[in-house]
Design a protein around this ligand. Structure first.
Ligand code: GRF
Length: 184
């Protein structure tokens, strides 16, 4: 089974996924919408093929998503794992990969969707936040939840120490969920 990761940034989750030697699928492709993203270097290092695009070069979302769908189908990719992909997925991709697109989000959804969820949770003063892996639908961080893990916020946490603990959970939870889903 082949899968693609979509990412726009640092790529620590991408790295955690590809570093897992027991994954039930091959990560055959990285899709990235930011030409300078650090995740591109991580893919190069791991010799994983990468497709980089700039949304502004296309007429609309349907146009770049159709190109992505064509690439994924050509490579016989069945699963898509979003890992810090900073765009809403549109109907072109959703229609072509129904029930096969996952996302990871650094909060206990439906709390704190969108940007800077860790900062939002920290500022709100919650005592428990966490990580969610969910199916992707047309909304922002709204699809059906697959798995969640709680992370406590300690009295002496800064946003940075909280972020570090949340990321450790992300890097363990995402490969774990992928294994559970794909063996079925
Ligand atoms: C992660 O916190 C993920 O949950 C969110 O974006 C961040 C990506 O980080 N959707 P990285 O690029 O994987 O380091």
């Amino acid at each position: 089974v082949k899968a693609a990761v979509f990412a726009s940034g640092t790529g620590s989750n991408f790295q955690a996924i590809i570093d897992d030697t027991n994954l039930p699928c091959d990560i055959s492709l990285l899709i990235c919408d930011k030409p300078n993203a650090a995740v591109i270097d991580k893919a190069k290092e791991a010799k994983i093929e990468t497709f980089v695009f700039s949304a502004k070069d296309y007429e609309n979302k349907a146009a770049y998503e159709q190109e992505i769908v064509d690439i994924l189908k050509d490579k016989e990719i069945e699963w898509i794992f979003l890992a810090g992909y900073m765009r809403l997925v549109g109907e072109t991709l959703l229609g072509a990969f129904q029930g096969k697109i996952l996302n990871i989000h650094p909060s206990l959804l439906p709390a704190f969707p969108g940007m800077d969820s860790i900062g939002q949770a920290y500022e709100a003063g919650v005592k428990v936040t966490g990580v969610t892996v969910h199916y992707v639908d047309e909304g922002m961080d709204t699809g059906p939840i697959i798995s969640q893990e709680a992370v406590s916020v300690f009295e002496d946490d800064t946003k940075e120490t909280l972020q570090q603990r949340i990321q450790e959970v992300e890097h363990r939870l995402y490969p774990q969920v992928i294994k559970e889903l794909i063996k079925k």
